[in-house]
Design a binder for this molecule. Structure first.
Ligand code: CP
Ligand code: NVA
Length: 315
């Protein structure tokens, strides 16, 4: 049984707010909840809690993971789409947050601005969990890291290479998470799609604690030595009009057999999904690693449940 760590009442807005021990604890708790669920054992730690699930953008995995996580632990999930709320137009985010905080015990938010999820946390007075913004997708990283631990038995010392849009929410949050956990992290992307300098500097600071490296490069040789290659869609939600420009920029960074072979070692492939096969990854590579990619998708549920249980549940 995992020794409990007190994260009660904390929001989960970005991994920047969590240290390595806390992240490790959430991963261990998720592994324990996963093992129990496989034996048909679910819990009661969120019994009597009401959880708001706000979605300004669509979702398959995140929505289902929060919903099932709630129900498995005895909570009531309430889905609120952008059309159900007046969030930020007819009612200020601050006011909606204060109302929801009087009724709900926890709030998940998926949408555009990181500032919105921060305001919800500040004004609701209950734990708020970031289910993806334009800038960050922290719950996805927990699922990715649980999958890496299942595959390699460790995180520290691994080399993770992300190929694609190097300035989107996935690139940002993988860089934050890797730098916190001692993973050597490389972004392979054209210069026009490199992450913000400030964030890179911040992550380099985190990485110092482990002596791990952050590399941002436009050279495909950056993939050499990768234990895992990761990619994501070339156009994130809300950027669909940039398709032509992105295809032109990112075609050389497609994850295909040649890129996988260039690692020079046994390498796994990861994807947060949804995937656009034929664009950021070939059908061949995707299908060869389908087992691990769908483990990763399943792990969204166990890790999201762990976040809710740790920050709101009666452990
Ligand atoms: N990976 C992920 O967040 O998937 P959804 O957009 O389906 O939630
Ligand atoms: N970068 C993608 C991630 C989807 C999980 C998006 O924001 O659409």
């Amino acid at each position: 049984m995992v020794i409990s760590m007190n994260l009660k009442g904390r929001s989960f807005l970005t991994l920047m707010d969590y240290n390595a021990e806390e992240i490790e604890y959430l991963l261990d708790l998720a592994a324990e909840l996963k093992a129990k669920k496989k034996q048909g054992i679910t819990g009661n730690s969120l019994k009597g809690k009401n959880i708001a699930l706000i979605f300004e953008k669509p979702s398959t995995r995140t929505r289902c993971a929060f919903t099932i996580g709630c129900i498995d632990e005895g909570a009531h999930p309430e889905y609120l789409s952008k059309d159900d709320l007046q969030l930020g137009h007819k009612e200020s985010v601050e006011d909606t947050a204060r109302v929801l905080g009087r009724m709900f015990d926890g709030i998940e938010f998926r949408g555009y601005h990181q500032e919105t999820v921060e305001k919800l946390a500040k004004f609701s007075g209950v734990p708020v969990w970031n289910g993806l913004t334009d800038a960050d997708h922290p719950t996805q990283i927990l699922a990715d890291f649980l999958t890496l631990k299942e595959q390699f038995g460790k995180l520290k010392g691994l080399k993770l290479v992300y190929a694609g849009d190097g300035r989107n929410n996935m690139a940002n949050s993988l860089m934050i998470g890797s730098s916190k956990m001692g993973i050597d992290f490389t972004i392979l992307a054209p210069k026009d799609l490199w992450p913000e300098k400030e964030l890179v500097i911040q992550c380099e600071e985190y990485a110092k604690a482990f002596g791990s490296k952050i590399v941002i490069t436009d050279s495909l040789d950056g993939v050499i030595g990768a234990d895992a290659v990761y990619t994501d869609v070339w156009c994130s939600m809300g950027e669909e009009d940039k398709a032509a420009e992105r295809i032109k920029l990112l075609k050389p960074y497609q994850v295909n057999d040649a890129l996988m072979a260039r690692t020079g070692k046994k390498t796994i492939f990861l994807h947060c999904l949804p995937a656009v096969k034929g664009k950021e990854v070939t059908e061949e590579v995707f299908e060869r690693f389908a087992e691990v990619v769908f483990d990763e998708a399943e792990n969204r549920m166990h890790t999201i449940k762990a976040v809710m249980v740790a920050t709101l549940g009666n452990l």
